[in-house]
Design a protein around this ligand. Structure first.
Ligand SMILES: Nc1ncnc2c1ncn2[C@@H]1O[C@H](COP(=O)(O)OP(=O)(O)OP(=O)(O)O)[C@@H](O)[C@H]1O
Ligand SMILES: [Mg+2]
Length: 442
């Protein structure tokens, strides 16, 4: 019951962790979407307002075209006779300048003229070969056109001069400032609103999941607990019967041995599956809960534990361990991970063979290598070996014992420690499993 309470608390903490992570991701995605949309909208509005301003200036300057010949012949008085531009012209906002074909100023009306000489615009007209050019200087936007008259005798266009219209951009800049402010305020409000709905959505999304996982864990904890007791009783009873069986009752003894082995297998299966469920449903709470673990101590104890087992089957276990390496992690789980790999190396190596256990560290990572001269793994099986309950058909025949969970568990543990396992193998030559622990994260 006590254990169950602890595991439920851990599960709740875990969910809180996932909840926070999900929320953070929702928020980041929302901020990214709003920022991109806001910036795009801002630039779209800037572009269309600028285009609108240019269009207005162009219309004004084109309306003033017929007045150029009047100005050329009569000076500024000519402007009073040719007034088609006046209804588009605002004395407060616009400036209009008439130039001859040499770029000499003939007349000007209104204000907001730019300092830049007309020659720059003439140059731009010539180089772009367009009939109109736009130019901005400071807070003033201009449109300049070249005015031509048609000479019917020579059927040629004759350059009459240039007209330049200008207008202050202050008004549209006020719009830009307001737009920026509106987008910032609107964006911030939207982000706050979306944050609240994210909290609600994340909670709602995780609710059934949390309930399901809690139930699964509860069932598994109970099943493994309930199964363990009768299994232990069967084991004990068969042990007792075995001890009492006299030598001539060989066949009975064999049957009892079968019961004993089968019981052990069921107990092992229940333990492995409940471990997998526990590790899969307990999130990695990171450094906070990790302890200092001596990798060297684990490897040394494994070497001592497995040397007699390896020797018994004609396999030479060689260990190469240098100085102690301390990492952050869960001692029992790291022990389990390395045990599973070493067990495999010894199990799948026939006599005479060797298994090498070594550890090395570089600046970025620590690598534990478990290499064997065993049966090897066909390359098309390599992507499958970490799947739960997977065992190759050939292996099932030659080594019938095994659940196909050892590597699944190893992988789950290394992922919890933010590392990885790599394998290289060749059939008939051997396999090399490497466990990588990233140094920075541990
Ligand atoms: N060192 C190795 N050499 C050759 N084959 C291997 C080695 N390690 C793993 N394998 C292959 O990968 C499969 C999966 O290994 P895994 O440890 O997950 O399961 P298992 O050893 O079959 O059973 P158990 O659950 O008891 O560990 C093995 O059945 C075997 O085919
Ligand atoms: Mg195994």
């Amino acid at each position: 019951m006590f254990l169950f309470t602890i595991s439920t608390r851990l599960l709740n903490q875990g969910f809180l962790f996932y909840h926070k992570r999900l929320l953070l991701k929702y928020l980041l995605a929302t901020v990214a979407i709003f920022s991109i949309s806001g910036i795009s909208l801002y630039f779209f509005v800037i572009r269309s307002l600028n285009q609108q301003l240019n269009q207005e200036l162009l219309t004004l300057v084109e309306a003033a075209t017929p007045s150029l010949s009047m100005v050329k012949s009569e000076g500024k008085q000519g402007l009073e006779r040719e007034i088609s531009w006046v209804k588009l012209f605002s004395d407060q906002h616009h400036g209009l300048e008439w130039y001859d074909d040499q770029g000499k100023l003939l007349a000007r009306e209104g204000h907001d003229f730019i300092q830049s000489p007309i020659f720059n615009n003439i140059q731009a007209l010539k180089s772009t070969k367009k009939t109109s050019v736009f130019h901005r200087q400071g807070k003033i936007q201009t449109a300049t056109i070249a005015v031509y008259s048609h000479n019917p005798r020579e059927d040629k266009l004759l350059l009459e001069g240039y007209i330049r219209a200008s207008q202050s951009t202050q008004e549209i800049e006020v719009v830009f400032t307001q737009l920026r402010l509106g987008l910032q305020l609107g964006g911030a409000t939207a982000i706050v609103l979306v944050s609240f709905s994210s909290i609600y959505l994340a909670t709602e999304t995780l609710k059934p999941l949390k309930k399901g996982i809690q139930r699964l864990r509860r069932i598994m904890t109970n099943v493994s607990h309930q199964v363990r007791t009768p299994l232990t009783r069967i084991s004990l009873a068969t042990e007792m019967l075995l001890n009492q069986t006299s030598k001539n009752q060989v066949s009975q003894a064999r049957k009892l041995n079968i019961i004993n082995t089968a019981t052990e297998q069921i107990r092992h299966l229940v333990e492995e599956v409940s471990f997998l469920i526990r590790i899969d449903t307990t999130p990695n709470l990171g450094k906070v809960r990790f302890n200092d673990v001596s990798l060297m101590a684990i490897l040394q104890s494994l070497s001592e534990q497995f040397t007699p087992i390896a020797r018994a089957k004609g396999v030479n276990l060689q260990t190469q361990l240098s100085k102690d390496i301390i990492i952050k992690g869960y001692q029992d789980e790291l022990n389990r991970l390395l045990t599973n790999l070493l067990e495999n190396a010894i199990k799948y190596t026939d006599a005479p063979g060797s298994v090498f256990l070594s550890i090395e560290q570089s600046q970025k990572k620590i690598i534990v290598t478990i290499r064997d001269t065993g049966i090897g793994i066909p390359s098309d099986h390599l992507p499958l070996i970490f799947q739960d309950f997977w065992r190759s058909e050939a292996v099932k025949v030659k080594y019938p014992e095994g659940l196909g969970l050892g590597l699944t568990i190893a992988e789950a543990i290394i992922q919890q420690h933010q590392g990885k396992i790599t394998v290289i193998s060749e059939v008939g030559v051997g396999s090399c499993f490497q466990v990588h622990f990233p140094k920075g994260k541990l």
